[in-house]
Design a protein around this ligand. Sequence first.
Ligand code: NDP
Length: 287
Amino acid sequence: KPSPDFLPQLTACFAQPAAENPTVVMVEAAYQHHGLHFRYITCEVSPQNLEAAVNGAKAMGWAGFNCSLPHKVAIIQHLDKLGESAQLIGAVNTVVKQGDTWIGENTDGKGFLQALKKHINPENKHVTLFGAGGAARAIAVELALAGVSSITIVNRSKERAQAVVALLNNSTSAKAIYQPWTKKYAIATSSDIVINATSIGLYPNINEQLNIDFTSMTINMLVADCIPNPPQTHLLQTATAKGCKTIDGLQMLVNQGVIGIKHWTGVDVDATVMHDALKKALYIDTN
Ligand code: NDP
């Protein structure tokens, strides 16, 4: 008989608030499904305690951890190195221990890109992106690195949008422009990919709608929404009714988890197992 091993490798999420973060459900489902001797725990960590929490993880030799709000930028000062897109985005959501080095990665945009690539090759495509916060920035950088030709950022606050536009134009080959969002926005007919990366429609505000002229949305557009809960947002329902291909926020969430687990364990885990576990935990009808 092999000698028993009662010491799992540890991974976690540091967040505040933490209780509403469902990542544990999908990551633990993947660990169990693949027989990985790893555990994932959700930790409520305040900004004042972030350094102590990171030192704790280092002292215990964790395999790594996720950082959610409000730690995605503050974590950087505690790390040794950043991956290329994390460096460009200026934010980290996944920390990986490699030997004695602690590396910051950003998988938010990579998860989105992985879900997108199942439907469309992003090269030379035109993108309309609603939002300019952390998720939008991560998605915009990954799309630019993946070779899209243009990204139009539509956002309520001009300053935030212009910062993303400047980042893309200065550091990537994609051409970015800002469009104000002061009235019903008509999507350019040349758009191949339309993305909501604002928080509009997120539970419990499920009836909030993007201020879009929906007659400008056409069947040739692929429409994606970052909102994981509920996954079928008003935007996606409208797009589906028009016959557009769609990507929901759960797919983005699951795929960024798959990438994070690959970093920690080296294993390519089954996304379906994670997706099903999440849907069950979020009480989403699986029929
Ligand atoms: P941020 O707070 O950084 O950004 C929020 C964005 O939403 C900003 O662009 C903000 O505009 C815009 N916004 C919010 N309310 C309104 C409104 N009423 N009208 C117009 N614009 C509005 O959040 P994140 O970027 O971190 O997250 C955005 C969403 O993406 C969240 O719902 C989150 O759940 C989701 N997300 C999903 C992930 C996934 O894996 N599926 C991963 C990460 C995030 P302004 O700049 O003008 O304030």
